[in-house]
Design a protein around this ligand. Sequence first.
Ligand SMILES: *[C@@H]1O[C@H](CO)[C@@H](O)[C@H](O)[C@H]1NC(C)=O
Ligand SMILES: *[C@@H]1O[C@H](CO)[C@@H](O)[C@H](O)[C@H]1NC(C)=O
Ligand SMILES: *[C@@H]1O[C@H](CO)[C@@H](O)[C@H](O)[C@H]1NC(C)=O
Length: 440
Amino acid sequence: MIAPTVGKTLLASAVIFISAVLALILFSPSFRFTQTLSVSPPSERAEIWSLRRLIEWRPCNWWLQGHLEALPEKSNGYIRVDCYGGLNQMRRDFCDGVGIARLLNATLVLPKFKVAAYWNESSGFGDVFDVDYFIEKMNGYVQVVKEVPAKLVSKEPFRVDCSKRKGQFDYVETVLPQLLKHRYISITPAMSQRRDKYPLYAKASRCQACYTALQLTEKLEKKGSELLEAIPKPFLALHLRFEPDMVAYSQCEYSSLSPASIQAIEVARGNRKPWTGEQARLWRSRGKCPLTPNETTTILQALAIPTDTNIYLAAGDGIMELEGLTSVYANVYTKSTLLGGKDFRSMHGNTKAALDYYVSINSDSYVATYFGNMDKMVAAMRAYKGLHRTLFLSRRAFAVLTSQGLEGNSLMEALWKVHRNDYVMGVGSALPNCFCEFKL
Ligand SMILES: *[C@@H]1O[C@H](CO)[C@@H](O)[C@H](O)[C@H]1NC(C)=O
Ligand SMILES: *[C@@H]1O[C@H](CO)[C@@H](O)[C@H](O)[C@H]1NC(C)=O
Ligand SMILES: *[C@@H]1O[C@H](CO)[C@@H](O)[C@H](O)[C@H]1NC(C)=O
């Protein structure tokens, strides 16, 4: 599906049309899947990964074809991206910032990675990512410097705060004047910007930065591949997020948790009270509640993933109720059990997160139980690398189906159908911006 820019609109309409027809066929009650797709008990089904997919996401041609426009002769100034939060959130914001710098014909200064105090660490950009590799790979996409020129170096950049802006925020209109005036500014990109309006060369810069140019430092890559080697193959990377902070943040309530879990959640809650009654039910049925290890196990079994599968837990050590998983899936591995050395104990949040990321983009399959920054980043990187055994478990489907009273085999069957369709149609892990649908 090589699409010259001219034919793009036509092609897009064609793809939408074909998808619509496919969706109609697939979801119409009279449609019968071929033998392997028909619904049978999990024990008789083939693993979900063996299904034939109809849609796949691949890097868009306008990105792979390269930087379509020569860089401006004169830069409008210097932009530093200031990033906050966890590793994958910082990375997301940084990628957006690269697109903005190109949009504004600015020169990019290496970003500032600010780490939340509770992480208790100081990993900056260069501690996680290979700076020289980044600069090399961005050649032609956007101008990058390690340091601002001497005459600017003495002053801090002028801060333009975009992070709280909502809606159709226009960077050329609002940020360019500040850039021209101050020559050196720092920004934290707004979450809800309209990237679709960017010229292709700015979009391509963003994609290039995020998925091609960011490589872990040599030291981290080495540790990552050491970890990867230690995991029995083939294996599934599972991102479980049933940790006290996440559960507290979700404002969900769970029945039949252990007293220890209940206490840990209470501590993490602070003033944030969980929803109750009807509101709690609605909240849950909108898919807002993290899956427990037990619920995750039920879905994995519904997907006919064999219980002797090697599973790498891409998660911290704070997962609660893990027996819900390990009592069924016995071959579960974590980085602390596999590495455990002195150098591992001295690692902190960002670098540990980088290891989980590394393993997750190199695993045979990846299953996300949440839709967080890491999951989105990993799904995109896997698509970039042509690894398509990626699935986001549907919290919403689980909540709705169980609230309808389904259990046992009928629950499993219903869960299978939902996830089968997601996997076959490339739904769920839909990748924004840099990836385009490819009909197989
Ligand atoms: C950036 O440069 C391109 C030409 O390379 C020009 O078309 C565009 O208007 C410029 N944008 C800004 C914001 O200066
Ligand atoms: C933060 O890390 C330092 C050095 O690794 C350690 O000495 C200190 O106890 C840690 N502080 C907290 C609150 O964990
Ligand atoms: C989940 O927990 C329930 C109640 O404790 C139990 O009956 C069920 O077998 C568990 N399911 C799995 C898949 O572990």
